[in-house]
Design a protein around this ligand. Structure first.
Ligand code: PMP
Length: 434
């Protein structure tokens, strides 16, 4: 591996001149870990190659989508064939129908509407929930991310069950005044919010298993409790599976709890894996709720590139190839890396907790289990930053934040996993010295 990062540094300098912070999504910057992001020229399987020719085992996987690894030959072939016929028509196509059928077959939704990003999916699901119920309040959990929807970029107000305040400049108070933000896993807070505002709550939206504060598996029965509480008050339960969908298991997080316990969300959102590395996302759910959507019903929602034939072809090929063997491989590779991370951090005396749901996992740099965002916020982010930089120096590209899942793919073979294992002890020692 060449140690030079000259070309990345040069591109980052040019990027900063023409793009705020030099990146097109803040998570790509290295603000939390120090140093400059590497600019990627190509990727194959589990490996990224940067513009200087350095290679890295990729533990970001495009923040989730690349379930099969990069440049999968069959995905590439079907995409190339689709591109050869044209790239967007603004009229319905066959792959949209087939991808919708695949999603309906794997999940409890009766129908889906495609959009181009997870943000659009949650935004549209909330509009539909409000249109269906005729109510205006939305309940969410601190630390759950649902995209940059104004109403969901909200922080808890001064007390539990009080209305939220904007989480970023640019979001007006009026946009978050209809949002209630509660601590994750806090059943009493949920009950109190519904007792106080139940007849005004359109929906409760939650990550099916939070992955955006690091991975926090819902305690057994928690999602069922949320679904039941919503039903008791005539509100809709919106389960955001943009990250977990088709990744935590073949049927997403729902495959790990709802399918076992016998309940289903009223609405769900999907993204990432179902686009196979292209911009595609979806929301779907109960037939009677989805029937309220235009043009069948009165709730408006639309998109020029929604259901784009290239994106839906990539997603369809990805889902068709994502058989049980893929999830078994993710489980096995994940177990190996989790065990090695635990051993290395313990040997170096670095406080840490490894948490998982299905095939998804993350490492928290803290000494006690993480149940909610307050727990996750107790992490030693300086230790993580040192750990991240040492992993990068040894050819492993982790998400540059302590609050993220480590993503694997079916292409993470023995050589890729061994590269991670070889890097861990020195990175753990670097974390100990931070
Ligand atoms: N919901 C969840 C659970 C997510 O993880 C994300 C993205 N990380 C989103 C919604 C937003 O998706 P997008 O970035 O495609 O807008």
């Amino acid at each position: 591996m060449s140690a030079s990062t000259d070309r990345s540094e040069d591109l980052f300098r040019r990027a900063r001149a023409v793009t705020p912070g030099g990146v097109n999504s803040p998570v790509r910057a290295f603000n939390a870990v120090g140093g400059d992001p590497r600019f990627i020229r190509s990727a194959r399987g589990a490996w990224l190659t940067d513009v200087d020719g350095n290679e890295y085992v990729d533990l970001i996987c495009s923040w989730g989508p690349m379930l099969l690894g990069h440049a999968h030959p069959e995905v590439q072939a079907t995409v190339a064939e689709a591109v050869s016929r044209g790239t967007s028509y603004g009229a319905p196509t066959e792959p949209e129908v087939e991808l919708a059928e695949e999603i309906v077959a794997r999940t409890p939704v009766d129908s889906v509407r495609f959009v181009s990003s997870g943000t659009e999916a949650t935004m549209s699901a909330i509009r539909l929930a409000r249109g269906f119920t005729g109510r205006d309040l939305v309940v969410k959990f601190a630390g759950c991310y649902h995209g940059h929807v104004d109403a969901l970029l909200a922080s808890a107000g001064s007390g539990l069950a009080t209305l939220a305040v904007p989480g970023t400049p640019g979001v007006p108070e009026s946009a978050t005044a209809l949002t209630i933000v509660l601590p994750y896993h806090d059943r009493e807070a949920v009950t109190a919010a519904f007792v106080e505002h139940g007849d005004r709550i359109a929906c409760l939206v939650t990550e099916a298993a939070p992955g955006n504060m690091g991975v926090v598996a819902p305690e057994p029965g928690f999602n069922e409790f949320l679904a039941r509480t919503c039903a008791e008050h005539g509100a809709l339960f919106v389960s955001d599976e943009v990250m977990t969908g088709f990744r935590a298991s073949r049927q997403g997080q729902w495959g790990l709890d709802g399918a076992v316990e016998g309940w289903r969300p009223d609405l769900m959102t999907f993204g990432k894996v179902m686009g196979g590395g292209f911009p595609a996302a979806a929301f779907g759910g109960r037939a009677d709720v989805m029937a309220r959507l235009a043009p069948e019903g009165p709730v408006y929602q639309a998109g020029t590139l929604s259901g784009n034939p290239i994106a839906t072809t990539a997603g369809l090929t990805t889902l068709r190839l994502a058989d049980d063997g893929v999830y078994e491989h993710l489980t096995k590779a994940g177990e190996t890396i989790k065990a090695a991370a635990t051993d290395a951090l313990a040997a170096a005396g670095v406080p840490h907790v490894v948490q998982a749901t299905g095939t998804m996992f993350s490492v928290f740099f803290t000494d006690s289990p993480v149940r909610d965002f307050a727990d996750a916020s107790r992490q030693d982010t300086a230790a993580f930053a040192a750990f991240f930089r040492a992993m990068l120096d040894r050819g492993v590209y982790l998400p540059p934040s302590a609050y993220e899942a480590w993503f694997l793919s079916a292409a993470h073979d023995d050589r890729a996993v061994q590269t991670v294992l070889d890097a861990l002890p020195a990175a753990a020692r670097a974390a100990a010295e931070a």
